[in-house]
Design a protein. Structure first.
Ligand code: PMP
Length: 408
């Protein structure tokens, strides 16, 4: 293709790439929402029951968060104006970190602009070429990118396979003693809840294996924050492993309802991150409205435990009903319930038909999941009412029968 002035366009290959994605049913059009987030959303001018957000506790539109944000804008304006190390550390950033540390039961917390940047910040900061990272095969993209930014070699263990993890740790120790050089740090990294399957990491087994071989554990609790543990403290609290997980990453962008991420751990961990973590050093800090929303969310999570209870009641109901209708929902144990479709074309068609029926459930296809493991990913929230869940279930039933997906 030529540009307007007749020169060949050096970026023309992008058109071919996009066309290729469309041909393979891997192109994902952005659905445009013209309402607030919530159990009912307006998408492409239609009102739909949404099963697509990570708004587990319904906090994206909670009145207390809205009020806190308006107050913060009044008091502190709309931007922090600088990176944290220059002039971008406001007292509210430090207060949020103190409150998060108390909530998580760790000596210290450092916040980041997102869960993604928390992972890409912490992993290369704490690991180097003399270390080893051992990672679950299904860990989130931000963990993978964090490992890519590290000079440390890495080993991948099959998903949730603690026996394979032990073998890797044992081999690393043997090789080290045989002259390969002992590692300064072996860091075992896992998602707490796996974001595409909704299963919970076997954290007790992972921690025991790590302790047996002198390794440290890092857990990314993006989908466990607000969902698992007391008032949503995450997987470490859920399994009673306080003090045995060196690094806990959390997000403020899902159940907490706003935007951001954090690393919870020791004081030394926080200190080194403030000196070395590149997203912290080179990207502007969260604006006052976002910090205020996160702080109020933490209070709501602790003062309104009925939200977490409702989330789990809705989860149990929706998952059991999908299974009763005959859908394959994989190995989910949490509010993330995949509905397995197989090939990407079926996943796309199912999702489109659900929209006709008034339900918003997005397909997840390659490269997010393996090409033959395409699925619709559903998440129910505390804000969904019974009527909305029943409406969605009857749409799944109709479309499942129509597309021959119901096997039960
Ligand atoms: N880790 C996991 C496991 C996630 O699922 C996500 C979000 N999809 C993130 C990290 C990134 O969090 P954030 O949206 O706050 O960047």
């Amino acid at each position: 293709m030529s540009s307007a002035v007749g020169r060949p366009d050096p970026m023309a290959f992008l058109d071919d790439e996009v066309a290729g994605l469309r041909e393979r049913h891997l192109y994902r059009a952005l659905r445009i929402m013209s309402s607030a987030q919530g159990p009912i959303v307006s998408v492409d001018n239609r009102r739909l029951v949404s099963l697509s957000s990570n708004d587990y506790l319904g906090l994206t539109h909670h009145p207390r968060l809205r009020a806190a944000v308006l107050q913060a804008v009044d008091d502190r304006g709309v931007g922090s104006g600088a990176v944290r190390t220059i002039a971008g550390t406001m007292s509210m950033h430090e207060e949020l970190e103190r409150e998060l540390a108390e909530f998580k039961g760790t000596p210290a917390v450092l916040t980041f602009q997102s869960g993604f940047t928390a992972n890409t910040g912490v992993i290369p900061t704490v690991t180097g070429e003399t270390d080893l990272i051992v990672s679950d095969a299904l860990n989130h993209a931000s963990i993978i990118d964090g490992m890519r930014l590290s000079k440390a070699p890495r080993e991948i263990y099959p998903h949730a396979d603690v026996i394979a993890l032990r073998e890797i740790l044992e081999r690393a120790r043997r090789d080290g003693r045989a002259g390969g050089g002992e590692h300064r740090l072996i860091l075992v990294v896992t998602d707490g809840v796996f974001s595409m399957d909704g299963d919970i990491a076997p954290l007790p087994g992972i921690v025991e294996a790590a302790e047996a071989f002198g390794a440290a554990v890092m857990v990314d609790d993006a989908h466990a924050s607000g969902v698992l543990g007391r008032d949503g403290r995450g997987t470490v609290d859920h399994f009673g492993l306080h003090g045995r997980v060196a690094i806990q990453v959390g997000t403020l962008s899902k159940a907490v309802g706003s935007l951001g991420g954090y690393v919870a751990g020791s004081l030394a961990l926080r200190e080194i991150l403030t000196q070395r973590a590149r997203p912290f050093l080179f990207s502007t800090s969260q604006p006052p409205a976002v910090v205020a929303a996160c702080r109020e969310a933490l209070r709501v999570m602790q003062e309104e435990p009925e939200l977490q209870a409702q989330l789990w009641a809705n989860t149990r109901y929706f998952k059991a009903e999908l299974q009763r209708l005959g859908f394959d929902t994989g190995h989910s144990e949490t509010p993330i319930t995949p509905v397995m479709m197989g090939d990407p074309a079926t996943a796309g068609r199912f999702s489109d038909r659900l929209i006709d029926e008034g339900v918003f459930a997005q397909p997840v296809v390659f490269p997010t999941v393996a090409i033959d493991k395409s699925r619709l990913r559903t998440i129910v929230t505390a804000a969904h009412g019974d009527k909305q869940l029943d409406f969605a279930l009857s749409a799944f039933d109709r479309v499942g029968n129509e597309l021959g997906l119901i096997t039960g």
